[in-house]
Design a protein around this ligand. Structure first.
Ligand code: SF4
Length: 227
C-alpha cells in the first residue's frame, strides 16, 4: 500500500489514544492516511451515552463527587479542536479533534472535564483513559480558535448496570451503580503517547498484528476469493 502525498485526515480523535495504540497499528495508519475504518457495531451505545449526559446537564459538580471543585456543568457534547500539536518545539500537521461529554464552569474560573461511560468493564481506570482525557484537555487549553481554559479536574463518570427498577411495561428500567473515577493530570505521559502516535502515523504502513480476529477473518475471506 503506497502512502499518499497527504493524509486523508489530520485531526486525531482522542479515543484513538485509548484503543488505537493498544492493538495493531496498521488499521490506525490506514484510517488516517486513507480514511478507511472497520465498521463498528455498537447498538445502544449512543442512546445510553446521550441519556446519561442529559441527566448531568447543569448538575452541581460536588453532587457528582465531593472531591470536585464548586461549579456547574455548563457545556456538553461540543467539539473541540486544538492548534497543531508540537513535538520537540516544532508544529506538526496533526491536531486533536473530539467531542467531550461534560464540562463545568467552576466558581474559581477553572474548568472540570467529565467523560461519561455506561460500562461494567474492569478497565475503567484513570490510567487507562488518561491519554484520551488529556487530549481533550490539550484541545481546551490550546484551542484552534476561541478562548483557552484551564482544566483543573478530569474524571470518568461510570454507570454500571446492576439491577432492574420499576414495574410494568411503561415504567421499567435498569438501575445503575454510579462512580466517579478521578483522572490525574499527566501532561508528560500524554506527550509521550502522542509522540509515539505521530511517529506511527508518519512512518510506513505497520505490519498487521498476529492475534486480531478481524485480520484473521479478512485473510480467511480473501483466501476464499482465490479458490
Ligand atoms: S490485525 Fe489486521 S484488522 Fe486487526 S488491527 Fe491490525 S490490520 Fe487491522
Amino acid at each position: 500500500m503506497k502512502k499518499p502525498a497527504k493524509p486523508a485526515r489530520e485531526n486525531i480523535s482522542p479515543s484513538d489514544l485509548t484503543f488505537g495504540l493498544s492493538t495493531c497499528k496498521r488499521c490506525l495508519w490506514v484510517k488516517y492516511w486513507y480514511k478507511v475504518s472497520a465498521p463498528m457495531v455498537m447498538p445502544l451505545v449512543g442512546t445510553l451515552s446521550s441519556l446519561q449526559e442529559e441527566f448531568f446537564q447543569r448538575a452541581d459538580m460536588p453532587t457528582i463527587d465531593p472531591s470536585l471543585r464548586p461549579g456547574t456543568v455548563t457545556k456538553w457534547s461540543e467539539f473541540v479542536k486544538s492548534k497543531p500539536l508540537q513535538i520537540n518545539g516544532q508544529d506538526t500537521r496533526w491536531r486533536i479533534l473530539g467531542k467531550y461529554d461534560l464540562l463545568s464552569t467552576n466558581d474559581d474560573g477553572t474548568t472540570g472535564l467529565i467523560d461519561c461511560k455506561v460500562s461494567d468493564s474492569q478497565r475503567d481506570s484513570g490510567a487507562f483513559y488518561s491519554p484520551q482525557l488529556e487530549a481533550y484537555a490539550y484541545a481546551l487549553e490550546n484551542p484552534a480558535a476561541g478562548k483557552a481554559v484551564t482544566v483543573a479536574s478530569m474524571g470518568l463518570l461510570v454507570w454500571k448496570p446492576t439491577h432492574t427498577v420499576g414495574e410494568g411495561s411503561a415504567n421499567s428500567g435498569f438501575g445503575v451503580a454510579q462512580k466517579y473515577v478521578a483522572v490525574e493530570r499527566d501532561h508528560d505521559n500524554f506527550m509521550r503517547v502522542i509522540t509515539d502516535f505521530i511517529d506511527v502515523l508518519e512512518g510506513e504502513l505497520p505490519d498487521a498484528g498476529s492475534d486480531c480476529e478481524t485480520c484473521r477473518f479478512l485473510s480467511a475471506r480473501n483466501a476464499l476469493d482465490n479458490l
